[in-house]
Design a protein around this ligand. Structure first.
Ligand code: G6P
Ligand code: MG
Length: 218
């Protein structure tokens, strides 16, 4: 039976995609690279350094920089991102999410956070949601990012649960792949195309409902 729910953060609990996009767009433009929102889609769920590598590859400049230079570029992007998230408040929680988290806690489900973001704990604090989560995976300790299942498997282990006892919730196709490979039931929030591998799809977070998800399982 289901005992835990494991959440992605960006795009599921709050919408930070615009902040990431803003910070990456500015960083990229310093190097003569222009990225648009469509390109930004493929950065969702992808770690900071993997995102930078994708941007440099897109701009045809992948081999020009040393690791130290890339670390500095990633740190510069993060500096701008951190400033943008300082303005976040509980009003930035996506519709339906607070009710859903409250409902899950009421029924004694364990909750985990499986975000690739090193800023995850700070964002949960800004949103006043830290208290809902029993565990947060530290992405800096992982060998592989999404779509590898490691992050969701680690969250289940930290909760003391088997993967089959957990449900994963994601908005990125790389994240759905990660959940499916972990052999958890996957709930996808987003359009049909990017959520085509999800076991159950919702078009937005206001549709999150414990009853509907449990009905889908049986
Ligand atoms: C999430 C976002 C990505 C972001 C990644 C790393 O997965 O969807 O866009 O690149 O976290 O975030 P960080 O805050 O560590 O740079
Ligand atoms: Mg996401």
């Amino acid at each position: 039976s289901v005992k835990g729910f494991i959440f992605d953060l960006d795009g599921v609990i709050t919408d930070t995609a615009d902040y990431h996009f803003e910070a990456w767009k500015n960083l990229a433009s310093n190097y003569g690279i222009t990225i648009d929102r469509e390109f930004n889609e493929q950065l969702k769920g992808i770690s900071r350094m993997d995102s930078l590598n994708r941007i440099l590859e897109f701009g045809g400049r992948k081999t020009e920089f040393t690791e130290a230079q890339k670390e500095a570029m990633a740190a510069e992007k993060n500096g701008e991102y951190v400033k943008l998230i300082e303005k976040m408040t509980p009003e930035h929680i996506l519709p339906g999410v607070l009710d859903f988290l409250t409902e899950l806690k009421k029924h004694n489900y364990l909750l985990g956070l499986a975000s690739a973001s090193k800023n995850g704990p700070v964002i949960l604090e800004r949103l006043n949601l830290s208290g809902y989560f029993d565990t947060i995976v530290d992405p800096s300790l992982l060998a592989k990012g999404k779509p590898d299942p490691e992050i969701f498997l680690t969250a289940a282990r930290q909760l003391g649960l088997k993967p089959e006892e957990c449900i994963g919730i994601e908005d990125a196709s790389a994240g759905i792949e990660s959940i499916n490979k972990a052999k958890m039931f996957s709930v996808g929030v987003g359009d049909k195309e990017s959520m085509k591998e999800a076991n159950y799809r919702l078009s937005n977070t206001s549709e999150l409902s414990l009853e509907k998800i449990l009905n889908r399982l049986s």
